[in-house]
Write a protein that binds this ligand. Structure first.
Ligand SMILES: N[C@@H](CCC(=O)N[C@@H](CS)C(=O)NCC(=O)O)C(=O)O
Length: 229
């Protein structure tokens, strides 16, 4: 029997959250080891398998994988959530990159110093609507199908739902002008593995709070500064 994947990261969303979403949507149970101290982090990155000495790290299929995008692509391919051919695959990659871009803005916000607070929330919400959400709405309208790519459930759908829920935490009515995305959200949320992940008590992580920011800074402080453009 194959072992459950093991995830090494902080006890919060960050770069690991999309990996949790993808595994959960694929119906894969996983274990987590949370980083709480600098010593724990240093012990972990001493391992030569961790080529760039960074987390996320995912132990899966006898490997220790690093680099978020590579990990996600491996899981998506392994669990048949990555399209049926190269054309579907590149579309999935394009749509996932879009959702990643706007999730990263939200994700980095709590870690910014006062003098670099970045984009004002209303400017960001407006940009999320005009640059990203309107694009996904148009894709769904143009092909008239239930899923973003190839008329079947893929990694692109999973990550779009994650991004929608994340942005709704900042602006609850952000989908008010996007009726197809409202239906999409409903539909994808009903997929049994996703429905289970959305329930309280699942490995899904809450919005970062001061305690989480402190915990990450305690491990990475003076070694790492989050970039924000
Ligand atoms: N390109 C990498 C970046 C990973 C990354 O920046 N990880 C941070 C924590 S979220 C880290 O381990 N920083 C420590 C360091 O860079 O020394 C990925 O996407 O996985």
């Amino acid at each position: 029997m194959s072992q459950k994947p093991k995830l090494h990261y902080f006890n919060g969303r960050g770069k690991m959250e999309s990996i949790r979403w993808l595994l959960a949507a694929a119906g894969v149970e996983f274990e987590e080891e949370f980083l709480e101290t600098r010593e724990q982090f240093e012990a972990l990155v001493q391992d030569e398998a961790l080529v760039f000495k960074q987390v996320p790290v995912v132990e899966i299929d006898g490997m220790k994988l690093v680099q978020t995008k590579a990990i996600l692509q491996y899981i998506a391919a392994k669990y048949n959530l990555y399209g049926k051919d190269l054309v579907e695959r590149v579309l999935i990659d394009m749509y996932v990159e879009g959702t990643t871009e706007f999730m990263e803005v939200i994700m980095s916000q709590p870690f910014l110093q006062n003098e670099e607070k970045g984009m004002q929330p209303d400017v960001f919400i407006q940009k999320a609507k005009t640059r990203y959400l309107s694009v996904y709405e148009k894709i769904l309208r143009n092909h008239g199908q239930d899923f973003l790519v190839g008329n079947r459930f893929s990694w692109a759908d999973i990550q779009l739902l994650e991004a929608i829920l994340m942005i709704e935490e900042k602006s609850a009515d952000v989908l008010s002008d996007f009726s197809l995305l409202q239906d999409f959200k409903q539909r994808i949320s009903e997929i049994p593995t996703i429905k289970a992940f959305l329930l309280p008590g699942s490995p899904r992580k809450p919005q970062p709070d001061d305690k989480y920011v402190e915990a990450v800074n305690a491990v990475l402080k003076m070694y790492y500064k989050v970039a924000f453009n």
